[in-house]
Write a protein that binds this ligand. Structure first.
Ligand SMILES: NC(=O)c1ccc[n+]([C@@H]2O[C@H](COP(=O)([O-])OP(=O)(O)OC[C@H]3O[C@@H](n4cnc5c(N)ncnc54)[C@H](OP(=O)(O)O)[C@@H]3O)[C@@H](O)[C@H]2O)c1
Length: 378
């Protein structure tokens, strides 16, 4: 399992890292992709774009997908940046790993769907994954210089999204615009909706499990509305390390791209005196049932996380098209997870089959409002 876990200690690359580092960027037109391009522009001595890929064609089995596989495997590419939204990023990620490439990974869905497969490919080809997700970047940074045996638990922070204080009974009438209005982060639409349901945090629990090889029982979630503490690690002696920064994805992207070096002046540091207070509160499991649901799917293993992920992608897409209500998203996902066939062995074929089955399941069933009500307090 040593390959999938980002190195606790910054270590040398297999060969000296070339400068500028040549990147293949998947998802170039998205929120993360554009910030990667910013950093490349600001640091032409450090990074160069060798291949830039966008569009909605990575998931099909045709010529475009083959061209993408070729681009991420190109011998001239030093690092593949995976930032295409959702399940479409899986096949190109596996192609890049098969070519022995290191990956800067934004697309958490890849690890959620097929974490065990990703681990196997990494072990086989000796590649590494550097996390871009801000929470996982924070944990990674907290782990630098630490011994694995010294880690007691990982603590993921989440802002709670736009509905942290909204009366539960009014969630029935949430509009698309309200759900897209994240109070802290400016992100693509899918992850913004996931932040409002906090399915994003559930996916991140699974992501952390695979990335850091830590059992689910040792991964906790805490609500931190200011999004300044990006996550924490608790150690066996009772110490807790946290990583702080303003909510700006340029920073974790720069850390993943530049590793093991830090780039100069990526963002301004948070002004703690001006902020005055940072607050934390326990996760409300009634308001955010998605976190426990994701954890259950993760613990069940096999293809259950792939079902969770695909059902969620589909339910969010339907919500964004105005064909599902906000409160129907998580029940739709639960319905798919609970009616999925018993766990199967994880192979690329079973992942793809589970993904397709879950999408069809969500399209053909509503998820049920009765269940929504049962998740709201009386
Ligand atoms: N945004 C953030 O701050 C943030 C933070 C942490 C993690 N992440 C993760 O990073 C990933 C990207 O998020 P985002 O917010 O940048 O998404 P986004 O703004 O929606 O951008 C998505 C990108 O993926 C491309 N894409 C969509 N479907 C594709 C397909 N089938 N094949 C190939 N490319 C496809 C899009 O291309 P077109 O424009 O041509 O459709 C676009 O370049 C997500 O997994 C998200 O969870 C994002």
């Amino acid at each position: 399992m040593t390959h999938v876990r980002p190195a606790f200690q910054p270590k040398e690359m297999r060969s000296p890292r070339p400068s500028p580092r040549r990147l293949a960027l998947l998802g170039a037109t998205g929120s993360i992709g554009r910030q990667v391009c910013d950093l490349v522009e600001r640091h032409p001595d450090r990074f160069a774009l060798h291949a830039v890929i966008a569009g909605t064609d990575a998931s099909d089995a045709g010529r475009a997908a083959r061209a993408i596989a070729e681009a991420v495997s190109d011998p001239d590419v030093d690092l593949v940046v995976v930032a295409a939204a959702g399940a479409a990023a899986l096949a190109p990620t596996l192609s890049a790993l098969d070519a022995g490439k290191d990956i800067a990974l934004a697309t958490k869905e890849v690890l959620v769907m097929a974490g065990e497969l990703v681990r196997q490919r990494m072990r086989r080809h000796g590649s590494q994954i550097f996390p871009i997700d801000s929470e996982h970047s924070a944990i990674w940074q907290c782990l630098w210089g630490e011994k694995e045996a010294a880690v007691r638990r990982l603590i993921l922070t989440g802002s709670g999204g736009p509905f942290l204080r909204r009366p539960l009974e009014t969630l029935e009438s949430v509009t698309i615009a309200e759900a897209l209005a994240h109070p802290r982060w400016k992100m693509g639409p899918k992850i913004t909706i996931d932040s409002a349901t906090m399915m994003n945090k559930g996916l991140e629990v699974i992501e952390a499990h695979f990335l850091f090889d830590v059992p689910y029982s040792a991964i906790d979630v805490i609500v931190h509305p200011q999004s300044v503490v990006h996550s924490m690690v608790e150690f066996v002696d009772g110490s807790v390390k946290a990583q702080l920064g303003i909510p700006d994805m340029h920073l974790p992207i720069a850390i993943a791209l530049g590793f093991p070096e830090r780039l100069d002046g990526v963002t301004t540091a948070p002004d703690l005196a001006a902020l005055g207070q940072l607050s934390f509160e326990a996760l409300d499991a009634i308001r955010y049932p998605a976190v426990a649901l994701a954890r259950e799917a993760g613990e069940r293993g096999g293809t259950a996380p792939a079902v969770l992920n695909a059902a969620n992608e589909e339910a969010v897409a339907l919500f964004l098209k105005g064909q599902r209500r906000f409160v129907e998203i998580v029940p739709s996902v639960r319905q798919a997870v609970e009616s999925a066939a018993p766990d199967e062995e994880l192979t690329l074929d079973t992942v793809i089959a589970a993904d397709r089955w879950a999408r069809a399941q969500v399209r053909t069933t509503s998820g049920g409002t009765s269940r929504v009500r049962s998740e709201l307090p009386a």
